[in-house]
Design a protein around this ligand. Structure first.
Ligand code: NIG
Ligand code: FE
Length: 404
């Protein structure tokens, strides 16, 4: 088996046990074997017997190396677009007004249902390629624009197919409880019954890694959300939640009771919610793209999350309605400028904490035994990744030990 040595680089390991900010190692070396990291550290400390076993050597040209980026919250597979609603909102309508008038998620449901599997694949591929071009090596894709068995299945199959065809690992999340489809209008509980019926069927087809819901006054109540969580629990599937985006519904506390991997959005999160998340070890996923695009004014309570020791992740929320965004690097900048995260918190939010939000313990930091997913950047310091707007300093990506 090839043993690769990467040298002439600075490595931001993001390992919490490394004392330097970003876990930064100057003049570092990395040794890989079979898609895993075998060794990482200062080049001067590379053991001679390990150096002798290396069969191939790469000069990183002085690049900065970080873990492969992880986009832990996307709705990347959908049909159509919502540019018209963008225009309506510019004329004064709110996101909730548009949703209540039958636009919003429902309009994307219509377009997604009308699209064939190959059409959805082609649309998703364009978006995915943009993310990969910025160093994403793992991403989550949610369903939730099908809202009927055949269409939820179609979207999840597309998500799986994208993961098989591209140098990226895709984790799928069933978001059947995203909105109430037209055929269930006025009968939300009956639709929740349907969600609970769909879940085991899709899971049996190997299409579901986690289960999410949209808990909000324009979507599902906590009682309805809890029924979805119970169905997930019965199958041993982890849960996550779109929580406290537009109001405080107490969703985070509910999700924490179910040991949620993450609670996402969180602008209206209460102190009790933050405490419950900390207790459960749920990650707080912040979505600055949606905050910006909807021109929200209520900031997520970052100080509260820090105070309670809730791990914060950052994601694109790539979706047509609230965050038509395929740049995770831009989200790093926005997390700092809008939410006042430090660049180190932001980078941790798209690596170590994003891995945790997906329940993945084999990535997100560069350490022996973990996956060899990493990115070489043309920057002198990791803070530059969050500093620049619209730059893409990615040089190379190594995915599963192989140069992409
Ligand atoms: O994460 N909040 C709910 N879902 C998406 C938006 C969906 C849409 O508007 O299409 C979000 O913001
Ligand atoms: Fe979302």
């Amino acid at each position: 088996m090839t043993v690769q040595l990467w040298r002439h680089c600075r490595v931001a390991t993001l390992q919490p046990s490394h004392p330097a900010p970003y876990g930064l190692i100057e003049d570092a070396a990395l040794v890989l074997e079979g898609g895993r990291i075998v060794w990482v550290g200062p080049r001067s400390e590379l053991p001679a017997d390990l150096a002798a076993r290396c069969t191939c050597e790469h000069d990183a040209g002085g690049a900065l190396v970080t873990p492969g980026l992880i986009d832990c919250h996307t709705h990347l597979v959908y049909g159509g677009d919502r540019a018209h609603e963008f225009e309506l909102r510019l004329q004064g309508a709110s996101y909730e007004d548009v949703a209540r008038a039958g636009g919003g998620i429902s309009s994307t449901v219509k377009a997604t249902r009308a699209a064939t599997e190959p059409e959805l694949y082609a649309l998703g591929l364009k978006r995915l390629r943009a993310l990969i071009a910025e160093g994403v090596t793992t991403l989550e894709i949610k369903s939730g624009y099908g809202l009927a068995l055949e269409h939820e299945r179609k979207a999840l199959r597309v998500a799986r197919a994208l993961g098989r065809s591209q140098p990226v690992e895709v984790r799928t999340t069933f978001l059947g409880a995203h909105a109430i489809p037209p055929e269930f209008a006025g009968r939300p509980d009956a639709y929740v019954d349907e969600v609970v019926r769909m879940l085991p069927l899709l899971h049996a087809e190997g299409l579901v890694d986690a289960v999410d819901a949209f808990c909000e006054r324009i979507a599902f109540s906590t009682a309805q959300t809890e029924r979805v969580f119970q169905a997930a629990h019965a199958l041993g599937l982890p849960v996550k939640l779109h929580a406290e985006q537009l109001s405080d519904s107490g969703g985070a506390e509910l999700a924490a009771r179910y040991g949620a991997l993450s609670c996402d959005h969180l602008e209206w999160l209460s102190e009790a919610g933050a405490a419950a998340m900390a207790q459960a070890g749920s990650v707080g996923v912040l979505l600055p793209g949606a905050f910006y695009f909807l021109r929200e004014t209520k900031l997520p309570p970052v100080a509260l999350l820090r105070q309670h020791g809730v791990a914060m992740a950052i994601s694109t929320d790539c979706n047509p309605g609230s965050s038509p965004c395929t740049s995770l690097l831009l989200m790093l900048n926005m997390a700092c400028t809008l939410f006042r995260l430090t660049p180190e918190e932001a980078l941790t939010g798209v690596t170590r904490h994003a891995a945790k939000a997906l329940g993945l313990s084999d990535r997100g930091v560069l350490a022996p035994g973990l996956r060899a997913d990493f990115v070489l950047w043309d920057v002198a310091h990791p803070a530059q990744l969050a500093y620049a707007l619209g730059a893409n300093p990615r040089l190379r990506t190594v995915f599963n030990g192989e140069l992409v």
